[in-house]
Design a binder for this molecule. Structure first.
Ligand code: HEC
Ligand code: HEC
Length: 672
């Protein structure tokens, strides 16, 4: 607990920066307009980049970057707003650099704040530790050594305004009918994450945020309601303070948060984390028997973006969390579960499900009911896996390696086409690896060589020499450009590719993939002059070792934090001299400081670049030799659940091990 607290405080220090300049001030009208102009310039830059015009895009971003610096020097604009724009500039700078644009006009120095406002310091109380860490990266550079700041920073941990207790109820009460349950005017805010994505909130600039503007102008709420000045004040102050989030899950429905905040909390039993378990004879398999039904019959309406009744069925986790009426699944009690009642259409409010379609066959309903009766268990992958992937995993159990390979390699092309419809990829098959990409022929060949070599080595050292690395083989995507990976990311995760991320691994439907933008040859990534074989190919080999390991582990259903951390740890072992690996090592102390609480690490929240570095360092520390990973994989393949396999191989539990490791890193402090 102590470590948890101090970690939270470490991160708080990183978010706040040091000194009064980091406290939030409301935007004055003129500064608000200036911020808006800059935002629009950046939007234009992003658009140009997406259109494949990096040169023009760079000019716009440079313009914005200079405007931010000027405004910061003046010291009249809200710091948090400036910082978030500055961060966008830096993120675009990375993307532009990847596209080969001239980015010399875009500064990447930490933002220097003017002193005009520093004379009226406010207590740094606005920001709870839950805020995503990356938004404040420039401030982190200025942070004092952690150890010194720790005790003093403690009182700041109490947030003045919270989203869950104060903001969510206001939004739900005044705007909910039209913008949470509905999507009037194309604007919907089902969750905090959705609200922030809508662009209606500009952190740090309450007054000039569209959400507030529409209320100030009297346009909203429609339908005769009125937002009291007190409530409006809460909204503005919260946005001015950077619009932080304080709950455990930014994708939780706002309606649900509001209900929790306004109703006395029922004495809920803390829900156990869901983990995949081995089925007993006669058990219903969620992956093979239930997920396919939900996927086909329900997920069209109960989707991720605008789920009917706020009930999304994208994953088991999301299904169990429930919608307007709470969880539709009462574990162990099928007949009492709303899910079953809605399928039977008896004793319910509203409609029988699936709405507008014939009822499900009795035996199908009986199977789902039995699955709930047996405890609504998960038998494959993770509770976060999307239903499509779970369905594929259920199906793949029944296929042989070669049959599955056929299915997988075929699906690999369809997935590419979904992501990048206007460019047909080239394909090279090498044993159990299928390389798919739009690189030049020579580069794709080089990538295939590297992938094949990496696969051989992984099979040998991590899988104990027993083919295959993963049943059904692996797909390696090689993208020529950062924006190809961005398109892929959009397809795979319905999200923007995070800045600085040039590779990813995952399981999507039938495809188990490692995707990379191969580093250019020569000195594109490292900053030091090259010595020996530090070149693009070594970096590519490290990237592939990382992502292929991660893919093979994700395909075995281990939690993402472990799959990613182990992938990176393996890459560090395989290519210790790669520039990329040296950079990871160098960045570790700073990344540990920037990472969130252990809960953030295990939940996969926070800046993905820092989290990957932290994960690699952590796994490398607890699994100092690759043979430990080999032992773990052998147990997984024998059907041992991950938690048990981990405990027996590493001799400890993830969370305490992580806390101890992080504490040790923090006391060690920055090193070169
Ligand atoms: C009774 C329905 C209703 C309620 C309640 C309501 N809105 Fe709206 N909202 C609309 C409609 C309709 C539009 C589309 C407006 C248009 O296109 O003229 C809209 C559009 C918007 C937009 C986007 C349009 C723009 O001009 O940028 C925002 C932001 C917005 N509403 C905020 C709010 C907020 C904040 C609340 C709660 C305080 C709220 N609304 C409550 C019906 C409603
Ligand atoms: C055509 C769209 C559509 C399809 C398909 C659909 N639903 Fe629904 N579902 C809705 C709507 C709209 C509501 C809210 C109205 C209601 O409860 O009658 C809803 C509500 C529900 C609720 C109640 C949620 C709550 O918290 O109140 C459950 C449970 C549910 N659906 C389950 C299912 C299941 C299971 C399937 C597939 C077998 C399914 N739905 C298919 C549209 C759909």
């Amino acid at each position: 607990m102590d470590v948890l607290m101090s970690l939270a405080v470490i991160c708080l220090v990183a978010v706040l920066g040091v000194g009064p300049a980091a406290a939030a001030e409301p935007a004055s009208g003129a500064a608000g307009n200036a911020l808006k102009d800059i935002r629009e310039t950046l939007d234009a830059g992003k658009k140009l980049l997406d259109e494949g015009k990096p040169g023009k895009a760079a000019a716009r971003v440079a313009e914005a970057s200079q405007a931010i610096e000027a405004l910061a020097a003046e010291g009249t604009a809200p710091t948090a707003g400036l910082r978030s724009l500055w961060e966008r500039c830096r993120s675009l700078r990375n993307d532009l650099e990847l596209e080969g644009a001239d980015v010399s006009g875009i500064s990447r120095a930490p933002l220097k704040m003017g002193t005009a406002k520093a004379s009226s310091p406010k207590p740094a109380a606005g920001k709870p530790a839950g805020k995503p860490m990356d938004a404040a990266a420039p401030a982190a550079g200025a942070a004092k050594p952690v150890a010194a700041a720790r005790p003093a920073a403690k009182p700041a941990a109490k947030p003045a305004l919270t989203f869950t207790a104060q903001v969510a109820p206001i939004l739900s009460r005044h705007c909910g009918g039209c913008h949470i349950a509905g999507r009037k005017g194309g604007f919907q805010m089902v969750s905090y994450a959705g609200l922030m994505k809508s662009g209606m909130v500009q952190p740090g600039a309450g007054e000039s945020s569209r959400l507030v503007e529409t209320i100030l102008s009297g346009d909203m709420p429609r339908g005769g309601g009125k937002v009291s000045p007190e409530d409006l004040g809460v909204l503005m102050k919260w946005i001015d303070a950077g619009a932080p989030f304080d709950g455990p899950d930014p994708t939780a429905p706002i309606d649900g948060l509001a209900r929790q905040a306004t109703a006395p909390p029922p004495a809920v039993v803390p829900t156990k984390p869901i983990v995949a378990v081995k089925l007993k004879a006669g058990d219903v398999s969620f992956a093979a028997d239930v997920a396919p039904v939900l996927l086909e019959q329900c997920s069209g309406c109960h989707d991720a973006m605008q789920p009917e009744a706020n009930l999304s069925m994208v994953s088991l986790e999301r299904l169990l969390r429930g919608g307007r009426g709470g969880s539709p699944v009462v574990s162990g009690k099928g007949a009492e579960s709303l899910l079953i009642k809605k399928l039977k259409g008896a004793g319910i409010e509203g409609q029988r499900m699936p709405l507008g379609k014939p009822p499900l066959a009795d035996d199908v309903i009986a199977t789902i009911q039995k699955w709930i009766d047996q405890g609504a268990t998960l038998d494959l992958l993770t509770p976060k896996a999307d239903l499509e992937t779970l369905t594929a995993a259920g199906r793949s159990q029944k296929l042989s390696h070669d049959e599955l390979k056929k299915v997988r390699f075929q699906a690999a092309g369809s997935l590419w086409t979904r992501a990048i419809p206007d460019e047909k990829p080239a394909v090279i098959e090498r044993g159990d690896v299928l390389v798919v990409g739009n690189l030049s022929a020579a580069k794709l060949e080089e990538l295939a060589d590297t992938a094949e070599a990496v696969e051989g080595r992984l099979r040998e050292e991590v899988m104990g020499g027993k083919p295959p690395l993963i049943k059904g083989g692996i797909v390696a995507y090689g993208f020529a450009k950062g924006y190809d990976l961005s398109s892929f990311w959009q397809t795979a995760f319905s999200d923007e590719r995070p800045k600085g991320v040039t590779a990813v691994a995952g399981v999507l439907g039938d495809v188990v993939y490692a995707a990379v933008v191969p580093p250019a040859g020569g000195k594109s990534l490292g900053e030091k002059p090259s010595a020996g074989k530090h070149d693009g190919q070594t970096d590519a080999s490290a990237l592939l070792a990382e992502q292929m390991t991660t893919a093979a582990l994700l395909g075995r259903g281990v939690p993402a934090w472990f799959a990613k951390g182990a992938g990176r740890a393996v890459a560090m072992k395989f290519e210790p001299k790669a520039d990329l690996v040296e950079a990871w090592r160098r960045d570790l102390p700073a990344a540990v400081q920037r990472c969130g609480s252990p809960a953030d690490f295990f939940g996969g929240r926070g800046d993905p670049v820092a989290m990957a570095t932290v994960g690699g360092g952590f796994i490398a520390a607890i699994m100092p030799s690759v043979s430990r990973l080999e032992a773990l994989v052998a147990q997984l393949d024998a059907g041992t659940p991950f938690d048990q396999a981990f405990a027996s191989v590493v001799r400890g539990q993830p969370q305490p091990l992580f806390e101890a490791w992080a504490a040790q890193q923090a006391t060690r402090g920055p090193r070169r």
